[in-house]
Design a binder for this molecule. Structure first.
Ligand code: 5GP
Length: 193
């Protein structure tokens, strides 16, 4: 997706060889027009899959996921990283190790909002080791829901996330693939480095 690739190249800040900061349009300030376009693209890719819910994880997945959900005209459900005191009924729970924070969170979704009647499209901002997406897929499995696919904005293709998701039998679609962050530079897959 050219608009996203341009933003990543122009606004992305390389923190180190493994981490890219995109606070200018995704993780702090949000480019709403770009999120809208992302909704269109994922809708065109997954519109024939009978999607009933968009599933993401707080906080940074929510902005793109809500626009995808709007386009599909289905709810956006986000997994929470802490159990609120107000959640007293049943819930699904799994552990997710955060790549950027190097911390494991127990993430949860209320069983009120996910069931075996659902087909989910999982959306997240980044794909690194695949922990967040696999965790969301496990939550869907606990509910008996079907995972139609994983939609990622920025895939770091030098990390094993895609391979792990594909090994689990999941379809992965990413809109921008980063080949390398070496030399303080973003190199996209297919670019001449
Ligand atoms: P994974 O779960 O695939 O290992 O990592 C993906 C999650 O970690 C995403 O939800 C994202 O929030 C965060 N993440 C991983 N790598 C990066 C990165 O390079 N930059 C930013 N901003 N977030 C990242």
């Amino acid at each position: 997706m050219d608009a996203l690739k341009r933003k990543v190249i122009e606004d992305g800040v390389v923190i180190d060889e493994a981490i890219l900061k995109v606070d200018g349009f995704l993780n702090h300030q949000i480019d709403a027009g770009l999120m809208y376009e992302i909704g269109e693209v994922f809708h065109s890719q997954f519109s024939d899959q009978g999607i009933t819910k968009i599933l993401t994880i707080e906080a940074s997945g929510i902005a793109p996921a809500i626009m995808v959900a709007h386009r599909f005209n289905v709810p956006c459900l986000f997994a929470k990283k802490a159990k609120p005191n107000t959640l007293n009924q049943g819930y699904y729970q799994t552990d997710v190790h955060s790549f950027t924070k190097n911390k494991t969170n127990s993430v949860i979704v209320s069983n009120e909002f996910l069931s075996d009647q659902d087909t989910v499209l999982i959306i997240d901002d980044f794909l690194a080791n695949g922990e967040a997406a696999l965790g969301l897929h496990r939550l869907a499995q606990q509910a008996g829901a079907k995972t139609a696919g994983i939609g990622i904005l920025v895939e770091k293709s030098f990390q094993p996330g895609r391979a792990r998701l594909e090994e689990a039998g999941l379809t992965v679609s990413s809109l921008c693939q980063v080949a390398s962050l070496k030399g303080n530079k973003v190199t996209l897959l297919g670019d001449d480095a």
